[in-house]
Design a protein. Structure first.
Lengths: 151, 296
């Protein structure tokens, strides 16, 4: 297991791959994850559930960016952005893989109309959605309602 | 509710309001989007938005689909927050860089509003007593992308520390009579036993909040109930013990002043510094707000 300092450097490298030049806050390592926070300290003697927004989880094969983390970074994410159409997004949210040759291998930021929605993953020529299941359902419902609204 | 007939002005208007559907209000997450941009986006989708006259970041919204089912909501660009519920944080007046505690924070409407006032800088501790309630709090904190918040789990009356915060919000668990427009079963009023049990808890929470705030610091005590035992009665409890002084606060909306007496209980003229909101005042829910300062 790498040290916390090594992991912290790994997070910065990961963010660098996404084109994030300046991290808007500080990184805190807790609960097997890195959190992005502007809080100057963490209260003691009390159970802590979250410190700002979880940015990346430490997994056996390395770091995985979270969807909320990428969403918070938003416009700071300048690389590894993958723009999808509403139809493509619907497919991804339903758990289907999209064939998209030419994308960079690994984790990417899924975008709709230029806005970062969350994490995706490219393996080979296929793009998959890594947004948490509950959030996927909510987005599907929102998109379905919006389709009714489009004039 | 009949026991409030003597204290609620315009009793008929009050009941008419209770029986009307409640307008939906949204608060722009100004950390993520400008209110005018949000308005433009939602109007393009067919919603009708009218800014609140007293807070240009908030809109009354009407549309053919629920306001919670849009891409903008999913992206954390706004929070659906009833108009009266916007007031306690206005009274608290948090500022960037401060240390603020939201003692009873779930589901996070006021927490995320505080973070906006703090411009997402400083320390905002959002606490609640149960892991289940905290799940809703976390979902909202993450969705709105609040970075200055630390979410904690602790019984509010046992939250550790002493004199550590510039401001503390106690939006206390209450019998909820003020939200009877949304929850018809509350229209008959809360059982007195429930009111008194909650009043005991509320006193403990407010006492603890006054210990957690710095000397000279501000504590806002708010509820969404009409029961004087949970409102003026709780504030009087800490005033009688010299734990706080009551500050006057002028809300930007029509309101009534706190009760001087109710039944056999005497709360005193000082209690007129507190604020009561009734549903017919500005077509909202009901509530109570008191601004307190810990003595130096």
């Amino acid at each position: 297991m790498p040290s916390c300092a090594d992991l912290s450097e790994e997070v910065r490298r990961m963010l660098g791959e996404f084109g994030v030049e300046e991290i808007p806050g500080r990184l805190v390592f807790r609960h097997e994850a890195f959190w992005l926070t502007t809080a100057p300290e963490i209260p003691e003697k009390v159970r802590v559930h979250a410190v700002g927004v979880r940015l990346a989880r430490v997994q056996p094969h390395g770091l995985k960016p979270t969807s909320f983390g990428l969403m918070v970074l938003g416009e700071l994410v300048r690389k590894r952005r993958v723009e999808v159409s509403r139809e493509e997004l619907k497919e991804l949210l339903l758990g289907r893989a999209l064939r998209k040759p030419g994308l960079p291998e690994g984790y990417v930021a899924l975008c709709l109309d230029g806005e970062v929605l969350g994490c995706g993953e490219v393996r080979g020529e296929f793009l998959r959605c890594q947004i948490p299941l509950g959030r996927r359902q909510e987005l599907l419902v929102a998109l379905a309602h919006e389709n009714k609204l489009v004039l | 509710m009949e026991r409030y007939r003597e204290i609620i002005p315009e009793w008929e208007a009050f009941w008419e309001a209770i029986l009307r559907p409640l307008p939906t209000v949204i608060r722009t997450n100004t950390l993520r989007i400008d209110p005018s941009d949000l308005r433009r986006r939602l109007e393009r989708k067919g919603f009708d938005l009218r800014p609140l006259s007293w807070d240009e970041t908030c809109f009354e919204i009407r549309g053919e689909i629920p306001a919670g089912n849009t891409l903008e909501h999913w992206l954390g660009y706004y929070y659906i927050q009833e108009a009266t519920q916007l007031l306690p944080v206005k009274a608290l007046g948090p500022k960037p860089g401060e240390r603020v505690l939201d003692l009873c924070a779930a589901p996070g409407g006021k927490t995320t509003q505080i973070a906006q006032y703090m411009e997402d800088s400083g320390l905002l501790v959002a606490n609640d007593y149960s892991a289940k309630r905290i799940q809703a709090l976390l979902a909202n904190v993450y969705r709105l992308g609040i970075k200055c918040v630390v979410v904690t789990e602790c019984s509010g009356e046992k939250f550790p520390g002493e004199g550590e915060f510039d401001r503390v919000l106690v939006d206390a668990p209450c019998s909820g009579e003020g939200v009877a427009r949304r929850f018809p079963h509350l229209r008959k009023g809360a059982p007195l036993g429930t009111v008194l049990r909650l009043s005991d808890l509320q006193k403990k929470l407010l006492v603890r909040a006054l210990e957690l705030v710095k000397p000279g610091g501000i504590v806002v005590y708010s509820t969404c109930t009409l029961a004087p035992e949970e409102n003026e009665g709780v504030v009087k409890y800490v005033l009688d013990r010299g734990l706080a002084e009551l500050l006057p606060w002028e809300p930007p909306v029509p309101h009534a002043r706190g009760l001087v007496r109710f039944g056999e209980a005497e709360y005193g003229p000082e209690m007129q510094k507190t604020v009561r909101i009734y549903p017919h005042h500005f077509d909202s829910e009901g509530g109570f707000i008191a601004v307190l300062r810990r003595p130096l």
